[in-house]
Design a binder for this molecule. Sequence first.
Ligand SMILES: C[S@@+](CC[C@H](N)C(=O)[O-])C[C@H]1O[C@@H](n2cnc3c(N)ncnc32)[C@H](O)[C@@H]1O
Length: 417
Amino acid sequence: MKRPQRPRRESLRVKSGRGAGTIIEVEIERIVPGGAGLAHAEGRTLFVTLVAPGDRVRVRVDRVRGKVAFASVLEVVTPSPVRVEPPCPYFGRCGGCDFQQLTYEAQLEAKVEIIRDCLRRIARVEPPTRIQITPSPDIWRYRSRARWQHDPVRQYLGYHELGSHRVCDVVECPVVVPEVQTKLSHLRATLGEGAFDETKEFQAVAGDEGVSLLPPLAEEDAREQVREIAGERYRFNAACFFQINHALLEPLLKETLKDATGERAVDLYCGVGLFTLPLARRFAHVTGIEGNAAATAFARLNLADAQLANAAIETARIGEWLTRHAGGSLPRVDLLLLDPPRTGADPEVIAGILALRPEHIVYVSCDPATLARDLRALLDGGFTLDSIKAFDMFPQTHHVETVVHLTRTISSEERLP
Ligand SMILES: C[S@@+](CC[C@H](N)C(=O)[O-])C[C@H]1O[C@@H](n2cnc3c(N)ncnc32)[C@H](O)[C@@H]1O
């Protein structure tokens, strides 16, 4: 006798499941900060990775936290009109890119929406009706800097897998510039010979002299790089930060500096001096502060090469530097520029900036959520928002660069309690 067929486990879960493992069909409403797609089902808010707005997808719930669930796609039931086939064979496994499934137009729209969402929800300000985003001239092969993870046991070299610390072995990466790809191929061949078993991570950076690598494999890997941006020459190496998308730096500098001039400017998180040099051409006195001693050494060299003697560079943690100077040891600051890492500015940095009372602030940010958090504090401290513009420094990912200008309107003493 034929046994009655048991319903498939999957469909049972669809009907009764409430927790992790549930399989469900949802429609993606929009892309939210962090790059996931937003959906609603069974009284829950779902965040689904690697989707397009308008996709109808069958997803598996991976994690549940109260009324919020995190899910991944099992099947695209009806693709959104803005969905494209991701060209990279590692996409979905490699943690490097999370927007390859979107047309470039849709990537730009999603990034503007992410900024607007952060401004509304975190900064509690109504965003301007239009936020201009400058597209990247190259949407593939644009990254001049890469950080590769090494698993000596499995002989893997590449990026971390999505949401994990396992290494995704990558032969070819479509977002790095060709010179960096050549270095990756060379490094993979060298590691195969058993060298560098102790090394967990490599950092590569391209410039006019080739590609520097840290730790270096050969003498040529240790040499410094140079790049000319908007008429200034910058020297740097793999041990310090330099922006990754060089083709966008000229418009980024233009928006950051606008027509600023004056007596004194302060450049917080100055790196090798990307903004310090042009500031020194516009202000009588400039101070750049940066925590990485390798970067400050290059910043001083870059200023000296440009014969700019009116800028001083200090190696310090920003919070500590501000605490030392905010009490009044610095004359009036006309412009304060800050370009912090993704974590944004610490509360002591915000407090120090407010105590310094600069006339204008330019905040260059690579994370809209921390930018919005810090903006709220600066607005509460008596600044008003003048302008906000976005730059697509990181195509194929949800990351976006934002430049915000603020002006001090009232001093903290003038503010009503
Ligand atoms: C986003 S990068 C910007 C660098 C530079 N403005 C540029 O565009 O090339 C941030 C820089 O802040 C530095 N940094 C991060 N946290 C810091 C801290 N607490 N104090 C001082 N510098 C810090 C990093 O070393 C890095 O050079």
